[in-house]
Design a binder for this molecule. Structure first.
Ligand code: URA
Length: 282
């Protein structure tokens, strides 16, 4: 095998093993090592990083100044305050979508390929909230379109719902690299937009997909196993409480299919609540 074929075989092996990101042992500040303005000085650092090797300081230009991107510099409190101010000023979903996409207070924006806002019917009675986009969502710019999303669609179909009768979003609109868990700071910076999103939609029922969404929006510390299986209330800062239910995340159900039975019971409860609401309005 020649050198290139050997490298290609190694890459194929990584992909087959599930690797979908090239991440070095240490973070690289790409705002300092700018490959566009200083290609010659940075080429070795970039090559090493892409090969998954340690990025060395000597490869960085000694005189480069950090670029002043707000997402790198804002403190957590400043980012939250900025987000609150911007979100409060959005009177429509479209304004919110544009303002959120332009928001620079969450550093995930710099590593994600796409901004993933929402999918489905904004007039639906049911609003689902997941955690964050995965690889496929990041590619397509839509929530829940990967393997977990396909299971979610089947769960919705089981209670006669689909994306024309439900609205789907996430806590974070940008994919955390390698699907790592979002940090508290990332969630805090994006939360004002989600709270405004819920207020503008004003759904009848909120469904929290997984522990992160449930704990964040219910302001609880218990795990999903304690939060699921019962009706709860989401209490917004302004306005009336909204009936809410926490469900096991479909990605978890893919790994633990034995838990689908519990989720089926949750889905039946949701269906009977929706039927009741349908009867009350007809
Ligand atoms: N998991 C989530 O929580 N959201 C998505 O959009 C996809 C996977």
């Amino acid at each position: 095998m020649d050198n290139i074929a050997a490298k290609r075989a190694l890459l194929d092996w990584y992909v087959a093993a599930g690797v979908d990101e090239t991440i070095a042992h240490e973070p690289v500040n790409r705002l300092v090592a700018d490959p566009i303005t200083t290609p010659a000085e940075n080429s070795s650092s970039i090559r090493e990083t892409h090969a998954g090797l340690k990025a060395t300081d000597h490869a960085r230009p000694p005189t480069a100044q950090p670029a002043s991107k707000p997402s790198q510099l804002q403190s957590r409190d400043a980012a939250v305050e900025t987000a609150q101010g911007i979100a409060a000023g959005c009177a429509t979903l479209e304004e919110l979508r544009r303002a959120f996409e332009a928001f620079d207070g969450c550093p995930l924006k710099e590593t994600a390929m796409n901004f993933v806002f929402a999918d489905g019917n904004p007039f639906a009675k049911v609003m689902l909230i997941g955690e964050a986009p995965g690889a496929e969502e990041d590619r397509q710019g839509l929530p829940f379109v990967g393997p977990a999303g396909r299971l979610l669609d089947r769960m919705l179909a089981a209670i006669q719902l689909d994306r024309t009768k439900a609205y789907i979003t996430n806590i974070l609109p940008w994919r955390p690299p390698g699907n790592r868990n979002p940090t508290d700071a990332e969630i805090a910076a994006c939360l004002p937009f989600l709270e405004r999103h819920i207020a503008l939609l004003n759904p009848e029922i909120l469904l929290f997909m997984g522990g992160t969404a449930a704990k964040t929006l219910l302001r609880r510390t218990e795990g999903i196993m304690r939060l699921r299986g019962k009706w709860m209330k989401y209490e917004p800062a302004l306005g009336d409480p909204i009936t809410a239910r926490a469900l096991l995340h479909p990605a978890y159900l893919l790994r633990q299919p034995a838990q689908k039975r519990e989720t089926w019971n949750d889905l039946l409860d949701i269906k009977s609540r929706l039927d009741q609401s349908e009867n009350n309005t007809s």
